[in-house]
Design a binder for this molecule. Structure first.
Ligand SMILES: [Zn+2]
Length: 293
């Protein structure tokens, strides 16, 4: 059956990624038949499917279903709701009203059982984002790193609601940028340390075109996630010109999914005066040597 074939193909891609060390995953262009029509399920249907159903609250674009009482004023709920405006303003994107469904399981046992039953073959992930033609959904277990996980996955939801064709590498770079605590302004010290180590070893150099050649999340290694984050940080946090460049690019991808890659724009608009890869490396060096605030 077609759906079975897609399921196997996606599972294989995910398994390839199991060693990458990234706890997040966006399943793109998923065959909607594989995802239970969770967004339209009744409470009884959600419970029967093993989905969280004890409480439901709405916060802006988010519809949060949880295994436990979750107050609308919970700090994390407020933070995720506020993230919608941060994402919109930083990326120059409009705010959407398309619902993003968040399913919060009370523990990893409940979550793992749901994933094993609903998505057989999935490797262990603390959280993941699923986009179908009609729904945007996030699934996560309540654990120590839930805030970081939900900031990451919810960012995917906010971005995909307005730019469904966002390129894979940029999608992940943006999500890594916004998964950091708000006061960190997108600074991901784990990625800075990782890439700095790679530079010292001489085993890595920035190459946006290489990132653009990736077509499946299963191909993305920790190096790729870290580099994708670093390009996004360099674009958004260095000059107004670079920020505008990525904002204009996203606006164009929103209008036309076949917009030429960002690297071409970078070369034409910035490269006459700077070498983008060298500038990005210098930015990384600066971050690595600056004291934590
Ligand atoms: Zn992600």
């Amino acid at each position: 059956m077609a759906s079975g074939f897609v399921r196997i193909a996606v599972a294989a891609a995910l398994i390839t990624m199991a060693g990458a060390g990234c706890a997040h995953h966006a399943v793109r262009s998923w065959n909607a038949a594989l995802l239970p029509a969770v967004a339209t399920m009744t409470s009884t249907g959600r419970a029967a499917a093993g989905l969280p159903d004890r409480s439901e609250i709405t916060a802006g674009q988010l519809v949060i279903h949880a295994d436990f009482p979750l107050a609308g004023q919970h700090r994390l709920v407020r933070e995720l709701d506020g993230l919608r405006i941060d994402v919109s303003q930083e990326l120059g994107l409009p705010v959407s009203d398309e619902p993003v469904q968040l399913y919060l399981f009370e523990n990893t046992d409940r979550y793992d059982a749901f994933v094993a039953r609903t998505y057989p073959g999935f490797p262990a992930r603390r959280a993941f984002f699923v986009e179908t033609d009609t729904t945007l959904s996030v699934f996560a277990a309540w654990q120590d790193r839930i805030a970081e996980d939900l900031r990451h996955e919810t960012t995917h939801g906010y971005v995909h609601a307005v730019v469904p064709a966002v390129p894979l590498w940029l999608d992940e770079g943006i999500a890594e940028y916004f998964e950091t605590p708000r006061n960190d302004d997108g600074l991901h010290r784990g990625h800075v340390a990782h890439l700095s180590g790679r530079l010292l070893e001489g085993t890595w150099r920035p190459d946006m075109e290489r990132l653009e050649s990736l077509t499946a999340a299963g191909e993305m290694s920790q190096d790729h996630y870290a580099e994708a984050w670093c390009w996004v940080h360099w674009l958004l946090r260095t000059t107004p010109e670079r920020r505008k460049l990525v904002q204009d690019y996203l606006a164009d991808v929103r209008r036309d999914p076949n917009t030429p890659p960002l690297s071409i724009r970078l070369r034409h608009q910035l490269q006459p005066t700077i070498d983008a890869a060298e500038a990005m490396k210098a930015h990384l060096d600066g971050l690595a040597t600056s004291p934590p605030s």
